[in-house]
Design a binder for this molecule. Sequence first.
Ligand SMILES: C[S@@+](CC[C@H](N)C(=O)[O-])C[C@H]1O[C@@H](n2cnc3c(N)ncnc32)[C@H](O)[C@@H]1O
Length: 249
Amino acid sequence: MADPANFVDIGFEEFRKFASDASMSKYEKIGFPNAYREGREEAIFADITGKLRNLNGTSSKVLDIGPGCSDLPTMLIELCRDRSHELTLIDSQEMLDLLPSGQRIEKLAAMYPQCPEFIEANRGKFDVILCYSVLHYIIVDVSFFRFVDLSLSLLAPGGQLLLGDIPNISKRKRFFASETGIRFHQAFMNTAEKPQVSFNTIEHDQIDDAVVMAIVQRARLQGFDAYVLPQDPSLPMANRREDILITRP
Ligand SMILES: C[S@@+](CC[C@H](N)C(=O)[O-])C[C@H]1O[C@@H](n2cnc3c(N)ncnc32)[C@H](O)[C@@H]1O
């Protein structure tokens, strides 16, 4: 059972090329086969807004790290416009060019967190930070704990950071070793064979339970509350992905 996150070795620079490739759909440009996102993004957005409750207020400061170019950032842009939030979007210039512009929308072309001036100017200012389906690229491309620490430093009192849609390979293995996971695999792949799951092996460049728990501990030790949350079961990859919600008390 394949996970799109594992298909090819892609990162920030590859996404930049995808953004400029007119032959790719808006879902393929962000690394997903169409079936994983087409018609599914309203449910994904509802799951996000159910967790990032600060989005339901007004006149907040909102940051989206790695918004991509499908319908999710468009929904966020519309919500921010309706609620008079200030929105900052950080991604490659090529990806940002595919998104609508508007009042109270700042687009910053950068490979986050390699934007020291932005970070210095925004310490303690953001009420909401969303980083959805990006962490597995961050862990390969940039210094991981610097990413966590610097993102936490941007949160205002009461601010929320959602590290969403994390492909946790340990969760994936637990699922595909279970009876439910085996039946899911057999139906999806139209096969009688069982999925191959190997435990006690090093998985280079993958997020596992150790990474997920380390983020939670790292945040808590800096005075933040941090929780691992499940995705709504109706989401396309809820059986092998999960979210981390961090709040500044
Ligand atoms: C899988 S897509 C997810 C897009 C969007 N968040 C979503 O879930 O629909 C990953 C996005 O993150 C961007 N990205 C990857 N690493 C990044 C980084 N270090 N800083 C900013 N953006 C990054 C990519 O360019 C791409 O647009």
